[in-house]
Design a protein around this ligand. Structure first.
Ligand code: SF4
Ligand code: URA
Length: 272
C-alpha cells in the first residue's frame, strides 16, 4: 500500500467515526439493549455506555494529524513536480535558444495558483537573473497583479519559451537584442509549459500578447481581436490580453487590459 492509499484508508476510517459521533444517545441505548437480547428497555448507566470522550478527543487529534500529512503530501507533489521539471529545463538544448541563453527561465509563483500568466519569452534582464518578467514590462505586470488583489507570489508567471530569443545570439550582453520567439521555437518548448499547466491546474490562464496567445490557440488572428474573450486551453478558461510591453508603448491600451482582468477576477471568484 502506498502513502496515498494509506491516507485514503485513514480518511474512510475518519468518516466512519463521524457517523458514530452523530448517533444520538438514545439510539446507542436501544442498540445496546437489543444486542443484549433484553426485552425490557433499560436505561443504561451513561458512564458505562456513553462514548468515551477522551477516546474521541484522541481520535480527533489523529484526524488533524492526517489532514496535515495529506496536505503536506499534496503540497510536496505539485512543488516537487515543478522542481523536477525545472531540472529538465535547466539542462535543455532542444532548440538553438538553449545554446546561447545565460539562464533558462522556468517560471515563478505558487504551485497551486488560481491564475497563471503566460508571456512570450525571457528578455535581457530575465536571461541574466533567471526570473520571469523582472524588467520594465515585469514591473507593470506586477502592478496589474496587485491591482487584481493578488501578488507575484500568489499567482504563477511563466513564458511560452524558457530561453532568451536574441537577434544576435553571439552578444548576450548587448541591450535591445530581444526578439519574439519563432513558431518553431515555441512549438519545441511548448510541452514544458503544458506540463506546468497540468501540474498547477490554474482556474484561469492569461496569455500576454500575440506570441503566447497565437501559439496556444493555434491562430494567426491579431491580438486586438482575440483579447477580452474567453476560450479554453487544456480544458482551462484562457483570457488573452495585451502584453505589458505594449502598454508601455501605448498606455491607452491599459483600459482594455483592465476590462479583461476584471473578467478574469470575476471568473476566479465564481469558481471559488
Ligand atoms: Fe529547451 Fe525551451 Fe530553452 Fe529551447 S527554449 S532550449 S526548448 S527550454
Ligand atoms: N516579456 C516576456 O514576455 N516575458 C518575460 O519574462 C519578460 C518580458
Amino acid at each position: 500500500m502506498n502513502q496515498l492509499e494509506y491516507l485514503k484508508l485513514l480518511k474512510l476510517a475518519r468518516t466512519a467515526l463521524e457517523e458514530y459521533k452523530n448517533w444520538d444517545e438514545e439510539e446507542l441505548v436501544i442498540d445496546n439493549s437489543m444486542m443484549q437480547n433484553n426485552t425490557e428497555q433499560k436505561k443504561v448507566e451513561p458512564n458505562v455506555e456513553k462514548i468515551n470522550k477522551e477516546e474521541i478527543n484522541n481520535l480527533e487529534k489523529q484526524e488533524e494529524a492526517i489532514d496535515t500529512i495529506t496536505k503536506n503530501v499534496q503540497t510536496k507533489n505539485a512543488e516537487q513536480k515543478l522542481e523536477d521539471l525545472k531540472k529538465q529545463i535547466i539542462g535543455c538544448k532542444k532548440c538553438d535558444l538553449g545554446k546561447y541563453r545565460l539562464n533558462a527561465v522556468f517560471g515563478s509563483g505558487d504551485a497551486y495558483a488560481d491564475i497563471m500568466f503566460i508571456g512570450e519569452g525571457p528578455g535581457f534582464q530575465e536571461d541574466h537573473k533567471g526570473q520571469p518578467f523582472i524588467g520594465k514590462a515585469g514591473d507593470l505586470l506586477t502592478k496589474i497583479i496587485i491591482a487584481m488583489g493578488f501578488t507575484r507570489e500568489t499567482v504563477y508567471i511563466a513564458n511560452i519559451v524558457k530561453c532568451h530569443p536574441m537577434k544576435n545570439p553571439q552578444e548576450p550582453e548587448l541591450k535591445s537584442n530581444d526578439r519574439p520567439p519563432t513558431i518553431e521555437e515555441m512549438q519545441v518548448c511548448q510541452p514544458y509549459l503544458d506540463e506546468q499547466i497540468k501540474i498547477i491546474k490554474p482556474k484561469v490562464i492569461v496569455t500576454l500578447g500575440a506570441s503566447s496567445t497565437r501559439a496556444l490557440l493555434k491562430t494567426d488572428e491579431v491580438i486586438s481581436s482575440l483579447r477580452g474573450k474567453f476560450t479554453t486551453y487544456l480544458a482551462i478558461p484562457l483570457m488573452p490580453t495585451y502584453h505589458p510591453a505594449a502598454l508601455l508603448r501605448n498606455p491607452k491600451l491599459k483600459k482594455d487590459v483592465w476590462i479583461d482582468m476584471q473578467k478574469v477576477m470575476a471568473l476566479v471568484k465564481k469558481k471559488g
